[in-house]
Structures are given as C-alpha cells and as structure tokens.
Design a protein around this ligand. Structure first.
Ligand SMILES: Nc1ncnc2c1ncn2[C@@H]1O[C@H](COP(=O)(O)OP(=O)(O)OP(=O)(O)O)[C@@H](O)[C@H]1O
Ligand SMILES: C[C@H](N)[C@H](N)CCCCCC(=O)O
Ligand SMILES: [Mg+2]
Length: 297
C-alpha cells in the first residue's frame, strides 16, 4: 500500500510542470522488456474508447484468468469517483476492483478540454518525457498494457506531442474506434494516415457499436467498414457490441455488464484474434536501441 501511494505521488508530481518550464530534454530511458500491449484511440471524443478499453480488460481477464494493466495517461472534464469518469469506468468495467482510480489515470484536469488545454487552464503543462517514462515503466511490469488515449489520434498532450506521439514512443499497436455510420469514412481514413505518418506501423480499426435504434443501418456500417479497409489499406476488425455501462455505483450491475460484454465481444473474432497477437507479443528485439523510445516533446 505504501509503495502504491508513493508511486501515485511520484507520478503526479513528475507529470505536472509549472507552466512555461521547458519540456524535459531527450534522455535515454530504460527499455520495456517483454513489451506487449495496445493503444486504444479513435477518430474523436465520445467514440467508445472507454467502453472498448474496459471491455478488452474484462475480456482478457475472462480468457486468461488475470487482468491486464490499464492506463489512461490523462483524463479531463470529470471528477475522481464520478460514475462518468473514465478512471471509474475503466476500473469497474475492466474488473479492476483492487485498483485505485489514481492507479489507472495519472493526471486529471477538471476542464472538459484536450489534455493540453485542460492543463493550461490549471496553469501547468504536461511533462511528456515523464509521461513516456511512465508508459515504459508500466510496460515493463510483466502484464499486457491497455492504454486509452483522450479524444482522437491527433489530440495533444503538449504543443508537439499527441496521442500518436506517445503510442509511437511506446511502440504500441494502435486500435482506432471509428463511428459506424454516415460521416465516418473521411475521419477514419484521415486518422489512419495520420497515425502512420506519426510512426505507428501496426494499426487496426474497429467500428463502434450501433445503438438499438440504429440497428436497421447495419448494412451501411458494413459498407463503410469495407470502404475504410480499402481506402486506408487497414484491417477493419468488425463492429463492437452495444452494451451501455451502468450509470451508478452497483458492483453487481458492473459484474453483469462485464459478463454481457465478454460474451458479445468474444463473437467479434477478428478483433479477439488481433488482440491475442498483440497482448501476448514479446518484443524483446525492439529493445536493442532504447533511445528509439524517446523523442523531444
Ligand atoms: N459500444 C457501446 N455500447 C454502449 N454504449 C456505448 C458504446 N460505445 C459508446 N457508448 C456510449 O457513448 C458514450 C461515449 O463512449 P466513451 O465514453 O467510451 O467514449 P470515449 O471515446 O472514451 O470518450 P473520451 O474521448 O471522452 O475518452 C458513452 O456514454 C458510452 O456509454
Ligand atoms: C473532455 C472529453 N470528454 C475528453 N476527455 C477530451 C477530449 C479532447 C478532444 C479535443 C478535440 O478534439 O478538440
Ligand atoms: Mg474515454
């Protein structure tokens, strides 16, 4: 317990910097041996990343018997402990009851804005080098790591450091949640191209869930998925189930959500196979050059 508290204090202290302090300079950091994990991103905010990241954790626990590590580097616009906070939903949706929300989310800001802007409102800037080091530390702890970004692929933590910069520094495959219906093609193809340009070679897309009133448009979603796959030359792994998370604190309701989600997600076989490969993968050879894990903010 003491160790965990110290870790949280250390993390929060390191990641917040007084505004106008220059970001930490490029340093060689310890390589994450046995690196395995994924970075969940999307084409924008409110697309289903938390649903998916928590659902992946619940699914992984049901398949392997052990929960993965889950990390949301920065959340904004919510309070700790609120049932709409990503920290809360990742904890309960992922079946991580033994974790504190502060173990899962490193930095929280109250303004509902990008991490860059929300931090600025509180007169701090995010120390990207510390964020990167923290990611490497979390990756080195033996469990597969599921990272949830904030907003879409190009949302900044700092001026020149986006969700993709962190995913690329951590050499994580990226899973992009796309809107299922009209308007998704351009956003999703653009997001995939941006992620590739930012140095992420291993990218897949999954279509977001269709609410019951949208189910009659299933065919439209399938056409969109096919067009995205062709236009962006990217694997599209299927469509997520639609299973709303509980809106209040009720451990039984969360347990029931996890069971329903796992059952439904298990039927999205391309997604499960893709995850199996990435969350089991051991990337020792990539560790030879630890300096490749760093870049300036
Ligand atoms: N597959 C789904 N089943 C049920 N509800 C969903 C699904 N996908 C999205 N939602 C609902 O849509 C809303 C947005 O989803 P979510 O919070 O997961 O988005 P997000 O991408 O994590 O957003 P942020 O950028 O704030 O982190 C939530 O209210 C969520 O309950
Ligand atoms: C507050 C919100 N729910 C997310 N946590 C942050 C989303 C940032 C999106 C920024 C943008 O694309 O303009
Ligand atoms: Mg979220």
């Amino acid at each position: 317990m003491l160790t965990i508290n110290y870790f949280i204090w250390f993390t929060q202290d390191c990641l917040r910097e007084v505004k106008f302090v220059m970001p930490a300079s490029k340093t060689n950091v310890e390589c994450a041996a046995n690196k395995k994990g994924i970075f969940v991103s999307s084409t924008g905010t409110e697309q289903g990343k938390t649903i998916l990241a928590s659902g992946i954790a619940a699914w992984w626990k049901s398949v392997t018997g052990a929960a993965p590590a889950v990390w949301k580097p920065v959340q904004s616009g919510v309070q700790w402990g609120a049932s709409n906070a990503d920290s809360y939903r990742l904890k309960w949706g992922g079946g991580l009851e033994d974790k504190q929300e502060q173990d899962i989310v490193s930095l929280a800001f109250s303004a509902p804005l990008s991490p860059l802007a929300a931090a600025a409102r509180e007169n701090v800037s995010i120390n990207c080098a510390a964020l990167r080091r923290e990611g490497i530390t979390r990756l080195s702890q033996g469990l597969p790591l599921v990272v949830e970004g904030a907003g879409g692929v190009a949302v900044p933590f700092a001026n020149t450091y986006t969700m993709c910069s962190l995913a690329s520094d951590l050499e994580l495959p990226m899973l992009i949640v796309a809107q299922p219906l009209l308007g998704t093609i351009s956003h999703t193809v653009t997001a995939v191209h941006y992620a590739r340009e930012q140095g992420i070679p291993d990218i897949a897309v999954v279509m977001g869930g269709l609410a019951p009133e949208q189910l009659e448009r299933e065919h439209e979603c399938e056409e969109n998925a096919q067009i995205i796959a062709e236009q962006a030359q990217v694997p599209v792994l299927g469509r997520l189930p639609w299973i709303p998370q509980p809106v209040m604190h009720d451990p039984h309701a969360w347990s029931s959500w996890r069971a329903q989600w796992v059952e439904a997600m298990s039927r999205v076989s391309l997604l499960c196979d893709w995850l199996m490969g990435r969350m089991n993968e051991v990337n020792k050879e990539r560790c030879a050059d630890s300096s490749s894990l760093t870049s300036d903010c």
